[in-house]
Ligand binder design. Structure first.
Ligand code: PLP
Length: 432
């Protein structure tokens, strides 16, 4: 057994680690986790935590899944890494084939990188250089307000500006932000895109759900309408499916809700089932062909040391096999159904606003008197309350959301829903 006490590890952790999105001065509550199985994580005391945020939206089939572990183990004993310039390997070729088969048919090529932010960087570079290779200069980008596309500089540029990006604002490139569409503003947005079409290299968007902004949802029909204008006006479209991909929205990809199709798509998070870091940017032949030239200046000079790492490819192949099983597909439909019933249930609650769901994503706003900033204390209070109940939830400001792994059972869903209602009732009529 492990002889290190939990508090001992916390102290050592504090001496050496710098955690993301964490104000380290006040970080006394970092929890040491020793193992994970299915939907649960366990600390040293054996206390179990139900991971209903899929460890930042990445875990699809539960933690330490034996099928993925086996495939990674086999790959580790065969080929762990190889330079991907001038060389290739079976797992990468197979993964590209398998993934492209599931995407809109115009997606023909896969470019590998390491995470969601880099998948976005690659997509942006493809679009800007696409114009460049055609002898045009287009440096502006179109994006949605409240967008989140990652934390690297390009990704920050196309994301909503907030206190997160404040120190870097002068270093970010020019982006035109437009509202997400609804019945009321659709015509205006179409006009806006039309007017900007000549200047912008591309339009980047999170399809149907803006995750980090607080699981904000908008209609496929309206997005279709904006995409149709982009298509007509020659504005390249980058569909960032880093969060929505691999079943999250109830269909394999958010693309499956849309009749209009993007030029470029970005994937990460659930790509490997949440086991290994990996990003993929896919594109059409039309994009690819703009780089296909005897002129070396037309090359996409982008690559990471671990591009198409065979272990991550093996994990992704294994995860996609699991995803396509009838069992997983039925689980996804089951969660979708239960979520939408619970949304109806929540709608009448006095403490709840904007209860919403799509597929395996459920969210609602916890009614507070004082706005919805990320700093909002209520997020922290609720986080701790759920943690005490053995549930990992990470409210975004006052937005409470569930993004569970697909292996969650009906009893486990009952448990989470019941605890949400109990916590809501506990805070009912309290002046917070
Ligand atoms: C999380 C996320 C990213 C960034 O992915 P990382 O792997 O965290 O860099 C990009 N786009 C969307 C839509 C995301 O949700």
């Amino acid at each position: 057994m492990n002889t290190i006490t939990s508090s001992g590890l916390r102290q050592r952790d504090k001496a050496v680690n710098w955690h993301p999105y964490t104000q380290m001065k006040t970080a006394d509550d970092i929890i040491p986790v020793v193992r994970g199985k299915g939907i649960y994580l366990y600390d040293e005391q054996g206390k179990q935590y139900m991971d209903v945020v899929s460890s930042w939206w990445v875990t699809l089939h539960g933690h330490s899944h034996p099928h993925i572990a086996q495939r990674v183990f086999e790959q580790l004993n065969t080929l762990e890494q190889v330079i991907f310039a001038g060389f290739t390997h079976e797992p990468a070729t197979q993964l590209s084939e398998n993934l492209l088969q599931l995407l809109p048919s115009a997606q023909k090529k896969a470019f590998y990188s390491d995470n969601g932010s880099t998948a976005v960087e690659v997509a942006l570079k493809m679009c800007i250089q696409y114009a460049h290779n055609h002898g045009k200069k287009k440096t502006k980008i179109l994006a949605f307000k409240n967008a989140y596309h990652g934390d690297t500089f390009g990704a920050m540029s196309v994301s909503e500006k907030s206190f997160w990006t404040k120190p870097f604002e002068s270093m970010l490139f020019e982006v035109v932000f437009i509202d997400t569409p609804n019945a009321g503003n659709l015509e205006y947005l179409r006009l806006q895109i039309k007017e900007l079409a000549d200047e912008v290299a591309c339009f980047i968007y999170e399809p149907l759900v803006q995750g980090a902004a607080g699981m904000l949802m908008y209609d496929a029909e309206h997005l279709n309408s904006l995409m149709a204008v982009c298509r007509k006006e020659g504005v390249l479209m980058i569909q960032d499916e880093v969060f929505t991909g691999f079943g999250r929205t109830g269909k394999l990809f958010a693309a499956d809700y849309l009749t209009e199709k993007p030029d470029i798509m970005c994937f990460s998070k659930g790509l490997t089932g949440g086991t290994m870091p990996m990003g993929i940017t896919t594109c059409t032949n039309s994009i690819y062909n703009a780089f296909l030239s005897d002129d070396r200046h037309k090359t996409l000079f982008h690559g990471h040391s671990f591009t198409a790492n065979p272990l991550a490819c093996a994990a992704a192949l294994a995860s996609m096999e699991l995803l396509l099983t009838e069992e997983t597909q039925m689980n996804i439909q089951y969660i979708t159904q239960r979520h939408s019933e619970f949304v109806n249930n929540l709608a009448s609650h006095s403490q709840v606003e904007n209860a919403r769901s799509i597929g395996t994503i459920l969210a609602f706003d916890f009614k507070t008197g004082n706005g919805t900033s990320y700093f909002n204390e209520i997020g922290k209070i609720l986080y701790n309350e759920f943690l005490q109940r053995g549930i990992i939830m990470r409210p975004l400001g006052n937005v409470i959301y569930l993004v569970p792994p697909y292996c969650i059972t009906s009893e486990e869903l009952d448990f989470v829903y019941r605890n949400i209602l109990e916590v809501l009732d506990q805070f009912n009529d309290k002046n917070i």
